[in-house]
Design a protein around this ligand. Structure first.
Ligand code: TGC
Ligand code: FAD
Length: 394
């Protein structure tokens, strides 16, 4: 119905936040923006409609440097800073949250743990091939009965000399049905949480696809099932405890804080243009105060979030962005993006529910983004814990 539509997106920078960026950030952002216009926008409604992942984009994402942009060049990665990583995620999610997810999982949840907790041999073996898209990875933390509370996980590994015997199952795993490797978290016999790099070809590994999603339809999601899988010990990551997976989540949540603003910008841009073109009662609907209220509030929230992201990025570049600060930005930015998508849908009237415009797709996608990488309420509790010192999770 909508293949080949022209992408008319215009960037909005109400407070001239661009002046805070360096030339390399702008270059990276503009290159990714152009790629999204050429490669993602013309096809994304079709793929979303068919609930199919555009897997051919993995190669293009690698070519534009979207996999591990802030990891070192010596491993074939981008060697850029955290703000460059952020603006790349923003542009990808302007295209589609699922496309940003393809990059988030690969870069922040697969390459980052190998970089941070892997041996030198593991880094040399995996990072260049993950960076160039030769290998696709996934990250298995969530289980059917343990989502917000990963500490309760049942996946386990038994010591068998030179290998671990892995058993258990993971749920809601982005990219698992198409992955070559999985970063899997489980407990050893002493109850210590450990991470393994699991080759998906190993005997006893399966990854059935989860169908029927009304959100993130252009992203592929599956389970991970391990039945007596013999994983060589050399595939272990050098970290124990929940801080292993949670530090990867911090990296990915940071990217989502930026990404969500991409989706919000696309919805705002579409709503603004529509409000100037659509005539009712002999006037453009943008002339009515109630439409202006919606648009004014949208650009205000986007501007606040852009500033929050920039400051978070400068802290991240100095290694000073705390997990709680990242939680605040992820929670705020996804929530305002979802509100903006809903308001933009209203401005488009009936047309807003069709795939002639991107807003309903963004709105449905953002329902997932609000939940994964820590739910909206879990991030609120993280802030509550941080400011009071009192833990309200349990
Ligand atoms: P808690 O006792 O608070 O912490 C255990 C240890 O971890 C440390 N830590 C962190 N380290 C780095 N980054 C973070 N964000 C960290 N948060 C905590 C903490 O300091 C402690 O270290 P140590 O040395 O004292 O052991 O753990 P808890 O069991 O009370 O849990 C706290 C809670 C609820 C906040 C945590 O479990 C949580 O964040 N739950 C949400 C789960 C979640 O976000 N799952 C995401 C799954 S992956 C995903 O959704 C991918 S979607 C990808 C895509 O498609 O884009
Ligand atoms: P639950 O934890 O059951 O939460 C249900 C509700 O209860 C939520 O509203 C929650 O906020 C609330 N709640 C829970 N505990 C508390 C509490 N203490 N106080 C107050 N409220 C509470 N996981 C991975 O490991 N890897 C992936 O690649 C991945 N990709 C995903 C892709 C998609 C499309 C989706 C939908 C999820 C993905 N996830 C992935 C899983 C995601 O991280 C979890 O869905 C999320 O952490 C929430 O877990 P849950 O769905 O089990 O919800």
């Amino acid at each position: 119905m909508s293949t080949g539509k022209i992408d008319r997106f215009q960037f909005h920078d109400y407070y001239q936040v661009d002046e805070l960026l360096e030339e390399n950030h702008i270059l990276a952002r503009d290159a990714v923006r152009e790629w999204v216009k050429q490669e993602v926008s013309p096809i994304i409604e079709e793929y979303s409609d068919r609930a199919e992942c555009p897997t051919h984009l993995f190669k293009g994402l690698a070519e534009i440097g979207a996999f591990g942009p802030s990891l070192p060049e010596e491993y074939g990665c981008g060697g850029m800073d955290e703000i460059a990583y952020g603006v790349i995620m923003q542009e990808l999610e302007r295209g589609d949250s699922g496309v940003r997810s393809m990059a988030s999982v690969q870069g922040s949840l697969v390459m980052y743990p190998i970089y941070r907790f892997g041996t030198e041999a593991q880094k040399r073996k995996y990072l260049p091939k993950l960076a160039n898209g030769e290998l696709i990875g996934c990250f298995g933390l969530t289980e059917p009965d343990f989502g917000s509370n990963p500490a309760g996980m049942l996946t386990n590994m038994k010591d068998d000399g030179d290998a671990w015997i892995l058993n258990g199952s993971k749920m809601w795993i982005t990219n698992s049905p198409v992955a070559d490797v999985a970063i899997v978290w489980g407990r050893d016999e002493e109850g210590k949480m450990r991470g393994l790099i699991v080759d998906m070809e190993l005997k006893g590994v399966s990854a059935p696809e989860i169908k029927g999603k009304w959100s993130l339809r252009a992203s592929i999601t599956g389970e991970l099932v391990f039945e007596d899988v013999r994983v060589p010990k050399e595939q272990s990551l050098e970290v124990t405890g929940l801080k292993g997976p949670l530090s990867c989540l911090s990296k990915a949540r940071y990217g989502i804080a930026w990404g969500a603003i991409g989706a919000a910008l696309d919805c705002y841009d579409s709503a603004l243009r529509y409000s100037l073109e659509r005539i009712q009662f002999d006037k453009p609907i943008g002339q009515f105060q109630l439409t202006q209220k919606k648009l004014a509030e949208m650009i205000t929230e986007i501007t606040k979030a852009q500033l929050l992201n920039w400051r978070l990025g400068t802290l991240a570049n100095k290694g000073k962005a705390s997990p709680a600060q990242i939680s605040m930005a992820k929670r705020n930015n996804v929530a305002i993006a979802l509100d903006i998508a809903r308001e933009a849908r209203q401005i488009h009237g009936g047309m807003g529910i069709t795939n002639e415009y991107p807003v309903m797709r963004h709105m449905m996608n953002l329902e997932t983004v609000l939940t994964y990488e820590g739910t909206h309420d879990i991030h609120l509790l993280i802030t509550g814990h941080d400011v009071t010192g009192l833990n309200a999770f349990k």
